[in-house]
Write a protein that binds this ligand. Structure first.
Ligand code: CP
Ligand code: NVA
Length: 306
Protein backbone atom coordinates (compact mmCIF):
# COMPACT_ATOMS: atom_id res chain seq x y z
CA UNK A 1 0.00 0.00 0.00
CA UNK A 2 1.11 3.54 -0.56
CA UNK A 3 1.31 4.99 2.97
CA UNK A 4 4.71 5.58 4.49
CA UNK A 5 5.34 3.82 7.79
CA UNK A 6 7.81 4.15 10.66
CA UNK A 7 8.56 0.61 11.73
CA UNK A 8 12.33 0.88 11.86
CA UNK A 9 14.86 3.68 11.49
CA UNK A 10 16.20 1.88 8.43
CA UNK A 11 13.00 2.95 6.59
CA UNK A 12 14.40 6.51 6.49
CA UNK A 13 17.52 8.17 5.14
CA UNK A 14 20.08 9.63 7.56
CA UNK A 15 19.15 13.13 6.34
CA UNK A 16 15.46 12.51 7.02
CA UNK A 17 16.24 11.29 10.53
CA UNK A 18 18.43 14.27 11.36
CA UNK A 19 15.70 16.50 9.88
CA UNK A 20 13.15 14.87 12.18
CA UNK A 21 15.11 15.44 15.36
CA UNK A 22 15.93 19.03 14.38
CA UNK A 23 12.22 19.58 13.80
CA UNK A 24 11.63 18.08 17.24
CA UNK A 25 13.83 20.82 18.69
CA UNK A 26 11.81 23.48 16.82
CA UNK A 27 8.45 22.07 17.91
CA UNK A 28 9.69 21.99 21.50
CA UNK A 29 10.59 25.67 21.24
CA UNK A 30 7.17 26.54 19.75
CA UNK A 31 5.45 24.77 22.62
CA UNK A 32 7.70 26.40 25.24
CA UNK A 33 6.80 29.81 23.78
CA UNK A 34 3.10 28.96 23.90
CA UNK A 35 2.65 29.17 20.13
CA UNK A 36 -0.44 27.35 18.84
CA UNK A 37 0.48 25.02 15.96
CA UNK A 38 -2.35 22.79 14.78
CA UNK A 39 -1.65 21.34 11.33
CA UNK A 40 -3.40 18.05 12.18
CA UNK A 41 -6.81 19.47 13.03
CA UNK A 42 -9.47 16.78 12.58
CA UNK A 43 -6.86 14.07 12.23
CA UNK A 44 -7.14 10.95 14.35
CA UNK A 45 -4.42 8.59 15.51
CA UNK A 46 -5.38 5.11 16.70
CA UNK A 47 -3.06 3.64 19.34
CA UNK A 48 -3.04 -0.13 19.86
CA UNK A 49 -1.27 -1.14 23.05
CA UNK A 50 -0.70 -4.86 23.61
CA UNK A 51 1.83 -3.98 26.32
CA UNK A 52 1.80 -1.42 29.12
CA UNK A 53 3.01 2.15 28.60
CA UNK A 54 3.24 5.52 30.28
CA UNK A 55 5.53 7.64 28.08
CA UNK A 56 4.56 6.30 24.68
CA UNK A 57 0.85 6.62 25.29
CA UNK A 58 1.08 10.06 26.84
CA UNK A 59 3.47 11.48 24.27
CA UNK A 60 1.43 10.31 21.30
CA UNK A 61 -1.89 11.31 22.83
CA UNK A 62 -0.71 14.71 24.06
CA UNK A 63 1.22 15.23 20.82
CA UNK A 64 -1.83 14.64 18.63
CA UNK A 65 -3.96 16.96 20.77
CA UNK A 66 -1.30 19.68 20.66
CA UNK A 67 -1.11 19.35 16.86
CA UNK A 68 -4.87 19.92 16.71
CA UNK A 69 -5.94 16.30 16.28
CA UNK A 70 -7.02 13.48 18.56
CA UNK A 71 -5.84 10.05 19.60
CA UNK A 72 -7.85 6.95 20.47
CA UNK A 73 -6.44 4.36 22.87
CA UNK A 74 -7.22 0.76 21.91
CA UNK A 75 -6.37 -2.23 24.05
CA UNK A 76 -6.68 -5.81 22.76
CA UNK A 77 -8.78 -6.53 25.85
CA UNK A 78 -11.57 -4.31 24.57
CA UNK A 79 -11.24 -4.80 20.81
CA UNK A 80 -11.80 -7.75 18.50
CA UNK A 81 -8.04 -7.99 18.01
CA UNK A 82 -7.90 -9.63 21.43
CA UNK A 83 -10.52 -12.17 20.28
CA UNK A 84 -8.58 -13.30 17.25
CA UNK A 85 -9.69 -10.97 14.44
CA UNK A 86 -6.95 -11.33 11.82
CA UNK A 87 -4.45 -8.47 11.88
CA UNK A 88 -4.85 -7.80 8.16
CA UNK A 89 -8.64 -7.47 8.51
CA UNK A 90 -8.25 -5.11 11.44
CA UNK A 91 -5.74 -3.06 9.45
CA UNK A 92 -8.14 -2.63 6.51
CA UNK A 93 -10.98 -1.52 8.77
CA UNK A 94 -9.00 0.66 11.15
CA UNK A 95 -7.09 2.41 8.40
CA UNK A 96 -10.36 3.27 6.67
CA UNK A 97 -11.36 5.37 9.68
CA UNK A 98 -8.07 6.61 11.11
CA UNK A 99 -5.33 8.85 9.72
CA UNK A 100 -2.45 6.95 11.35
CA UNK A 101 -2.02 3.97 13.66
CA UNK A 102 0.58 3.48 16.37
CA UNK A 103 1.11 -0.09 17.58
CA UNK A 104 2.94 -1.45 20.63
CA UNK A 105 3.14 -5.19 20.29
CA UNK A 106 5.15 -8.39 20.84
CA UNK A 107 6.21 -9.98 17.53
CA UNK A 108 7.55 -7.42 15.05
CA UNK A 109 5.69 -9.34 12.32
CA UNK A 110 2.41 -8.03 13.81
CA UNK A 111 3.55 -4.57 12.74
CA UNK A 112 4.65 -5.57 9.26
CA UNK A 113 1.43 -7.55 8.71
CA UNK A 114 -0.68 -4.60 9.81
CA UNK A 115 1.34 -2.16 7.72
CA UNK A 116 1.01 -4.34 4.62
CA UNK A 117 -2.78 -3.88 4.69
CA UNK A 118 -2.96 -0.35 6.10
CA UNK A 119 -3.92 2.63 3.94
CA UNK A 120 -2.47 5.00 6.51
CA UNK A 121 0.95 5.34 8.19
CA UNK A 122 1.78 2.75 10.85
CA UNK A 123 4.20 3.71 13.64
CA UNK A 124 6.15 1.25 15.75
CA UNK A 125 5.50 2.15 19.39
CA UNK A 126 7.77 -0.77 20.46
CA UNK A 127 8.02 -4.38 19.39
CA UNK A 128 10.10 -7.26 20.72
CA UNK A 129 12.69 -6.25 18.10
CA UNK A 130 12.79 -2.46 18.02
CA UNK A 131 11.81 0.80 19.72
CA UNK A 132 12.59 3.42 17.05
CA UNK A 133 10.47 6.26 18.53
CA UNK A 134 12.60 6.14 21.67
CA UNK A 135 15.71 6.59 19.57
CA UNK A 136 14.31 9.75 17.98
CA UNK A 137 13.98 11.18 21.49
CA UNK A 138 17.45 9.96 22.50
CA UNK A 139 19.07 11.47 19.41
CA UNK A 140 17.23 14.75 19.91
CA UNK A 141 18.41 14.83 23.52
CA UNK A 142 22.04 14.26 22.56
CA UNK A 143 21.79 16.97 19.89
CA UNK A 144 20.41 19.48 22.40
CA UNK A 145 23.08 18.78 25.00
CA UNK A 146 26.18 18.04 22.94
CA UNK A 147 25.49 18.79 19.24
CA UNK A 148 25.84 16.21 16.48
CA UNK A 149 26.43 12.60 17.55
CA UNK A 150 28.20 11.79 14.26
CA UNK A 151 31.67 10.38 14.90
CA UNK A 152 31.03 9.88 18.62
CA UNK A 153 31.13 6.67 20.67
CA UNK A 154 28.11 5.23 22.47
CA UNK A 155 28.11 2.41 25.05
CA UNK A 156 25.10 0.16 25.57
CA UNK A 157 25.30 -1.73 28.85
CA UNK A 158 23.12 -4.74 29.71
CA UNK A 159 20.56 -6.63 27.69
CA UNK A 160 20.82 -6.92 23.90
CA UNK A 161 17.10 -6.16 23.68
CA UNK A 162 14.76 -4.10 21.48
CA UNK A 163 16.35 -0.85 22.66
CA UNK A 164 19.83 -2.19 21.97
CA UNK A 165 18.77 -3.26 18.46
CA UNK A 166 17.47 0.25 17.87
CA UNK A 167 20.79 1.68 19.07
CA UNK A 168 22.47 -0.50 16.44
CA UNK A 169 20.21 0.98 13.75
CA UNK A 170 20.88 4.46 15.11
CA UNK A 171 24.65 3.83 14.97
CA UNK A 172 24.33 3.16 11.23
CA UNK A 173 21.94 6.01 10.52
CA UNK A 174 23.40 8.71 12.78
CA UNK A 175 26.99 7.63 12.14
CA UNK A 176 28.42 6.71 15.56
CA UNK A 177 30.38 3.77 16.97
CA UNK A 178 28.53 1.50 19.36
CA UNK A 179 30.04 -0.71 22.04
CA UNK A 180 27.67 -3.20 23.60
CA UNK A 181 28.56 -4.88 26.90
CA UNK A 182 26.30 -7.84 27.69
CA UNK A 183 26.50 -11.28 29.33
CA UNK A 184 26.98 -14.29 27.10
CA UNK A 185 23.67 -15.41 25.62
CA UNK A 186 22.10 -11.93 25.82
CA UNK A 187 23.65 -10.43 22.70
CA UNK A 188 21.62 -8.22 20.36
CA UNK A 189 19.87 -9.82 17.38
CA UNK A 190 22.43 -11.27 14.93
CA UNK A 191 20.56 -9.76 11.95
CA UNK A 192 21.14 -6.25 13.23
CA UNK A 193 24.76 -6.99 14.14
CA UNK A 194 25.44 -8.38 10.66
CA UNK A 195 23.99 -5.26 9.04
CA UNK A 196 26.08 -2.95 11.21
CA UNK A 197 29.40 -4.71 10.64
CA UNK A 198 32.34 -2.92 12.26
CA UNK A 199 30.22 -0.10 13.58
CA UNK A 200 29.19 -2.26 16.53
CA UNK A 201 31.47 -4.14 18.91
CA UNK A 202 30.10 -6.69 21.39
CA UNK A 203 32.12 -6.95 24.61
CA UNK A 204 31.72 -8.61 27.98
CA UNK A 205 33.31 -5.98 30.22
CA UNK A 206 31.20 -2.85 30.91
CA UNK A 207 34.34 -0.84 31.79
CA UNK A 208 35.88 -1.62 28.44
CA UNK A 209 32.63 -0.60 26.71
CA UNK A 210 32.31 2.78 28.46
CA UNK A 211 35.98 3.74 27.95
CA UNK A 212 35.91 6.81 25.70
CA UNK A 213 32.10 6.80 25.40
CA UNK A 214 30.28 10.13 24.94
CA UNK A 215 26.94 8.54 25.73
CA UNK A 216 26.14 5.59 27.99
CA UNK A 217 22.70 4.00 27.85
CA UNK A 218 20.98 1.06 29.47
CA UNK A 219 17.53 -0.45 29.98
CA UNK A 220 15.71 -2.94 32.19
CA UNK A 221 17.14 -6.45 32.47
CA UNK A 222 13.77 -8.12 31.86
CA UNK A 223 11.63 -6.57 29.16
CA UNK A 224 7.86 -6.78 28.88
CA UNK A 225 7.01 -10.39 28.06
CA UNK A 226 10.08 -11.75 29.90
CA UNK A 227 8.61 -11.62 33.40
CA UNK A 228 9.22 -15.36 33.91
CA UNK A 229 12.95 -14.89 33.35
CA UNK A 230 13.28 -11.93 35.70
CA UNK A 231 14.91 -13.82 38.59
CA UNK A 232 17.48 -15.57 36.41
CA UNK A 233 18.26 -12.33 34.61
CA UNK A 234 18.79 -10.53 37.91
CA UNK A 235 21.67 -12.92 38.61
CA UNK A 236 23.15 -12.90 35.11
CA UNK A 237 23.15 -9.12 34.74
CA UNK A 238 24.46 -8.19 38.19
CA UNK A 239 27.92 -7.14 36.91
CA UNK A 240 26.24 -4.83 34.39
CA UNK A 241 24.76 -2.21 36.71
CA UNK A 242 25.50 1.35 35.53
CA UNK A 243 26.72 3.49 38.42
CA UNK A 244 28.37 6.87 38.91
CA UNK A 245 31.65 5.02 39.30
CA UNK A 246 31.22 3.28 35.92
CA UNK A 247 30.47 6.62 34.23
CA UNK A 248 33.75 7.97 35.66
CA UNK A 249 35.53 5.67 33.17
CA UNK A 250 33.76 7.25 30.16
CA UNK A 251 34.83 10.29 28.12
CA UNK A 252 34.70 13.72 29.69
CA UNK A 253 31.26 15.25 29.28
CA UNK A 254 29.59 11.84 28.98
CA UNK A 255 25.78 11.76 29.08
CA UNK A 256 23.72 8.98 30.60
CA UNK A 257 20.35 7.93 29.15
CA UNK A 258 17.69 5.43 30.17
CA UNK A 259 14.47 5.05 28.20
CA UNK A 260 12.58 4.43 31.49
CA UNK A 261 10.90 2.95 33.42
CA UNK A 262 14.02 2.29 35.53
CA UNK A 263 14.66 -0.21 38.29
CA UNK A 264 16.94 1.54 40.77
CA UNK A 265 19.31 -0.93 42.37
CA UNK A 266 19.16 -3.22 39.32
CA UNK A 267 20.35 -1.88 35.94
CA UNK A 268 21.20 1.49 37.51
CA UNK A 269 22.51 2.41 40.95
CA UNK A 270 20.03 4.08 43.32
CA UNK A 271 21.49 7.56 42.72
CA UNK A 272 22.21 7.53 39.00
CA UNK A 273 19.18 9.47 37.76
CA UNK A 274 20.16 12.30 40.17
CA UNK A 275 23.67 12.49 38.73
CA UNK A 276 24.28 15.65 36.65
CA UNK A 277 25.44 13.44 33.78
CA UNK A 278 21.97 11.85 33.53
CA UNK A 279 19.58 13.42 30.99
CA UNK A 280 16.86 10.79 31.41
CA UNK A 281 14.12 13.33 32.23
CA UNK A 282 14.87 15.46 29.15
CA UNK A 283 14.98 12.24 27.15
CA UNK A 284 11.51 11.28 28.40
CA UNK A 285 10.09 14.73 27.59
CA UNK A 286 11.59 14.61 24.13
CA UNK A 287 9.38 11.64 23.27
CA UNK A 288 6.64 14.26 22.92
CA UNK A 289 8.56 16.65 20.69
CA UNK A 290 10.31 14.11 18.47
CA UNK A 291 7.08 12.18 17.85
CA UNK A 292 5.22 15.39 17.04
CA UNK A 293 7.82 15.90 14.31
CA UNK A 294 7.17 12.33 13.15
CA UNK A 295 3.39 12.83 13.12
CA UNK A 296 3.80 16.09 11.23
CA UNK A 297 5.85 14.27 8.60
CA UNK A 298 3.61 11.21 8.25
CA UNK A 299 0.04 12.41 8.74
CA UNK A 300 -1.63 14.30 5.92
CA UNK A 301 -2.62 17.81 7.00
CA UNK A 302 -6.19 18.91 7.57
CA UNK A 303 -9.11 18.66 5.15
CA UNK A 304 -10.13 21.52 2.94
CA UNK A 305 -13.32 23.30 3.91
CA UNK A 306 -16.34 22.30 1.79
N1 CP B 1 10.28 4.44 27.26
C1 CP B 1 9.02 4.01 27.03
O1 CP B 1 8.67 3.59 25.94
O2 CP B 1 8.20 4.14 28.10
P1 CP B 1 6.72 3.54 28.24
O3 CP B 1 6.85 2.05 28.32
O4 CP B 1 6.21 4.16 29.52
O5 CP B 1 5.91 3.95 27.05
N1 NVA C 1 13.08 -3.09 26.76
C1 NVA C 1 11.92 -2.57 27.42
C2 NVA C 1 11.66 -1.15 27.00
C3 NVA C 1 10.49 -0.49 27.69
C4 NVA C 1 10.25 0.91 27.22
C5 NVA C 1 10.73 -3.47 27.14
O1 NVA C 1 10.57 -3.91 25.99
O2 NVA C 1 9.97 -3.76 28.07
Amino acid sequence: MSARHFLSMMDYTPDELVGLIRRGVELKDLRNRGVLFEPLKNRVLGMIFEKASTRTRLSFEAGMIQLGGQAIFLSPRDTQLGRGEPIGDAAIVMSSMLDAVMIRTFAHSNLTEFAAKSRVPVINGLSDDLHPCQLLADMQTFLEHRGSIAGKTVAWIGDGNNMCNSYIEAAMQFDFQLKVACPEGYEPDARFLALAGERVQVLRDPREAVAGAHLVSTDVWASMGQEDEAQLRLQRFKPYQVSRELLDHAAEGVLFMHCLPAHRGEEISEDLLDDPRSVAWDQAENRLHAQKALLELLVEPAYHHA
